[in-house]
Ligand binder design. Structure first.
Ligand SMILES: *Cc1c(COP(=O)(O)O)cnc(C)c1O
Length: 393
């Protein structure tokens, strides 16, 4: 028996190349000589050293999302969307700084604003991003950045991103945009003046609810470096396998988005015509509260999220999810399957009923992330839920 060492290295030769990105789980990379390693660390040659600092699958995925977002600097893939939020907030701010956040940010981003940043000596203020005067009033001389989402969750209000970008430019404050909901298919925040753009890749970009990943890119190399260094030091690294899965998901992103959006528009109109439905929120509907701005910012797109309010409060909500049992009642978005979430019992349960009411979310309020089902079958599943509500009256 011929014995080999533990790490013989070297793949079989092939004059042809694979069409699919190989998965490269190697944590460490072997160098030829100390001089070659110096070259690498000092930037004279390209290469990987240790996977926490970067690996091929993360870079392949990052370059694809960079292109979609027209990122001015190479972006970074991280282990989750919240890893991206964390790397931006803690990589770019120091104790004594002040941060302004949209008042309807993703739940954990809000929590970071309310609990974690203040604990570390970074003051925060929440402001309504649909109202640029409210954001202007929240700024302080020590404000370092403003973090907004373009479309709010779950009430689907549209931020005044043009107004806020102009304000930030004037005041020398960084504008950070979480583009998870809208995706580069509808909005390219760098073109609108954002300094940093981030994603939960977990949602629409990867699209299959089987990985958690994040992506972040910045306008300036110095911002990119600060975010990268913080992420590597704190170990916000993604798994190569997850990056590979997300790359596979990304291949069909455009098609998935367009299909889900077309179904969402149909579902919104269908729900709006039902007597048990008090109100429907969808950006391209004429009754959307920010319709005019939605058309401009989203470039005529409506995206895949629909929110609606049932008459009849919690009882109606319970009857609806029971009756609509073909639809996953689960608090996520962007999956191939339609998911339904009920903010009062999940994402916004920490608020008081009055606090939720103020944001326009009652016990009968639902958010739908529309997936790729046959549209007629999906509408029939919603009708089953509505019939169950009607039966309780
Ligand atoms: C889900 C989500 C996040 C957090 O992403 P994870 O991948 O779950 O960590 C951040 N922002 C928005 C808008 C999200 O929907």
């Amino acid at each position: 028996m011929k014995r080999t060492l533990m790490r013989p290295g070297g793949l079989p030769e092939s004059a042809s190349t694979p069409v699919v990105t190989p998965i490269m789980p190697s944590v460490v990379y072997a160098s030829e000589t100390p001089d070659r390693l110096d070259d690498q660390y000092e930037g004279r040659t390209e290469g990987y050293t240790y996977a926490r600092e970067g690996h091929p699958n993360a870079d392949v995925l990052a370059r694809r999302i960079d292109a979609m977002e027209a990122a001015p600097q190479p972006g970074l893939v991280l282990g989750s969307g919240m890893a991206a939020v964390t790397a931006v907030l803690l990589g770019l701010c120091k104790a004594g700084d002040h941060v302004v956040g949209g008042d309807q940010l993703y739940g954990r981003s809000l929590r970071m604003m309310r609990d974690d940043l203040p604990r570390l000596g970074i003051d925060t203020t929440l402001a309504d991003p649909t109202d640029v005067t409210a954001v202007a009033a929240a700024l302080q001389p020590n404000t370092r950045l403003v973090l907004i989402e373009v479309v709010s969750n779950p009430t689907l209000r549209i931020a005044d991103i043009d107004g806020i970008a102009e304000l930030c430019r004037e005041k020398g404050v960084l504008l950070v945009v979480d583009n998870t909901f809208t995706t580069p298919r509808a909005v390219q925040p760098f073109a609108l003046g954002a300094d940093v753009v981030l994603h939960s890749v977990t949602k629409l970009l990867a699209g299959h609810s089987d990985v958690t990943l994040g992506w972040v890119a910045a306008r300036d190399a110095s911002l990119s470096k600060a975010i990268y260094d913080f992420a590597v030091t704190t170990g916000l690294t993604p798994s190569p396998f997850d990056c590979w899965l997300a790359e596979r998901g990304l291949m069909s992103f455009d098609l998935r988005f367009d299909r889900a959006e077309a179904t969402a528009a149909r579902l919104a109109d269908h729900l709006a015509a039902q007597p048990m439905v008090k109100r429907v929120l969808y950006p391209t509907r004429p009754d959307h509260p920010d319709r005019a701005r939605a058309q401009g910012v989203l470039q005529g797109r409506g995206c895949n999220m629909v929110s609606f309010e049932l008459d009849g409060g919690r009882d109606a909500a319970n009857a609806f999810t029971k009756g609509a049992d073909q639809i996953a009642f689960a608090p996520t978005l962007g999956d191939v399957g339609t998911t339904l979430s009920h903010p009062a019992s999940s994402s916004h349960r920490a608020l008081t009923p009055e606090g939720r009411e103020k944001l326009g979310m009652t016990e009968g309020f639902f958010r739908v992330s529309v997936g790729l089902e046959d549209p007629d079958a999906l509408i029939a599943a919603f009708d089953a839920g509505l019939a169950a509500v009607a039966a309780t009256k």
